[in-house]
Design a protein around this ligand. Structure first.
Ligand SMILES: *Cc1c(COP(=O)(O)O)cnc(C)c1O
Length: 366
């Protein structure tokens, strides 16, 4: 079986974890600081604040913006539930813009149409490793006095017109086990705003500036040095990780060209895609349903995943939620029925890719 995702740690991670174990200081300490500094340096931002996961990264980012009940956050309906859960946890109301079929990210025209006088934050999600169309979103934010929080959980190091994900306001990242960089669990918040970075550091540590000096109601969002020790070596070889993913994506795009009913993903102009997922669309023309397609691949030894099978607000738990605005999003509603992600991870050989391509062709009869 070719799995949809793998984890790979090298000797550098083993050595650094051992160093932390033997140092006797395993909670948040110097390794977390090193991880933050390296992350900020590598991904073109002034400040990076490490937290314990990508969901709390979103919660903390929204909390330091002082959202009040009734304030609205506009996000994508085509995302992991963490994006919505974080908005709800801060007491704000979630509304949803439709997406583009070519990058699976929010459509700025639809975002513009959702702005009301209660809107405070635009929260684009950079899905699968490619950034949303940030140019028009940045203009909308400036014109309407809104803050930008980017959910970049899947897009470490992705760029838009040469600018990194996480550099438009507040950016949040995840280091969950399946992400391009992983510490098992972990997260990061990035910003060029020194005041917000400072507030985030206080917030994540029980609102304490110094011991027992409380400046705000806080929480424990801290990452540990053991986790940072896993992350640091991956930052050092991240360029290689991304190159391997890009190589695999290019080979898959070539191999899967011109199959009726299969639409391959692409990197849009002036964006660097870091290929967290390689997500194709299985359309009506495929003569095979999406679920049948996934099962056919499994029978041929190819793992795949459906991210995500439904619109994030289209669940009973949210349908009756007073702070979740059920929204008309026809493009996203179509896309959730069509997407399938194929393996694109760094452990794939060229032979694996040939096998994935053959399996897809066999299942759709091409
Ligand atoms: C993984 C993910 C998150 C949450 O990250 P965790 O580290 O799992 O809490 C948030 N948003 C998106 C789009 C994700 O893929």
């Amino acid at each position: 079986m070719i799995p949809i995702t793998t984890v790979h740690f090298g000797k550098a991670e083993e050595d650094l974890v051992l160093e932390v174990l033997r140092s006797g200081s395993i909670a948040q300490g110097p390794k977390v600081a090193q991880f933050e500094n390296r992350f900020a340096e590598l991904f073109g931002v002034s400040h990076a604040v490490a937290v314990n996961n990508g969901t709390t990264a979103l919660v903390a980012a929204l909390q330091v913006l002082d959202l009040q009940p009734g304030d609205e956050v506009i996000t994508s309906p085509f995302t992991f539930v963490a994006t919505l859960n974080a908005i709800l946890q801060t007491g704000a109301t979630a509304t949803f813009a439709d997406i583009h079929a070519d990058d699976f990210n929010v459509d700025s025209a639809s975002v513009a149409a959702r702005i009301t006088d209660r809107t405070k934050v635009l929260l684009p999600v950079h899905l699968y490793g490619q950034m949303a169309d940030m140019g028009p979103l940045e203009t909308l934010a400036a014109d309407n006095d809104l803050r930008i929080v980017e959910d970049a959980a899947q897009s470490h190091g992705a760029t838009y017109r040469g600018r990194y994900a996480g550099s438009y306001g507040l950016g949040t990242f995840s280091f969950y086990a399946t992400k391009n960089i992983t510490t098992g669990e972990g997260g990061m918040i990035t910003t060029n705003d020194a005041v917000l970075a400072d507030r985030l550091r206080v917030l994540r540590n029980q609102g304490m500036r110094a011991r027992y000096a409380y400046e705000m109601a806080g929480n424990n969002y801290r990452l540990t040095d053991l986790q940072a020790a896993l992350g640091i070596p991956q930052l050092e070889r991240y360029a290689t990780i991304v190159k391997a993913r890009q190589h695999n994506a290019e080979r898959l795009i070539e191999g899967l060209a011109d199959i009726p009913g299969i639409i391959t993903p692409r990197q849009l102009d002036q964006r660097e895609h870091v290929w967290h997922q390689f997500t194709i669309r299985v359309t009506e023309d495929a003569h095979v349903g999406r679920d049948e397609f996934v099962q056919g691949l499994a029978e041929r030894g190819v793992g795949s995943g459906v991210y995500y099978p439904k619109l994030v607000f289209d669940y009973d738990a949210f349908r009756s939620h007073t702070r979740v605005k059920q929204s008309e999003v026809p493009v996203a509603a179509q896309i959730v029925r069509e997407v399938v992600s194929l393996p694109v991870h760094t452990a794939l050989s060229d032979a694996d890719i040939t096998e994935i391509v053959s399996a897809v062709r066999a299942v759709v009869g091409a």
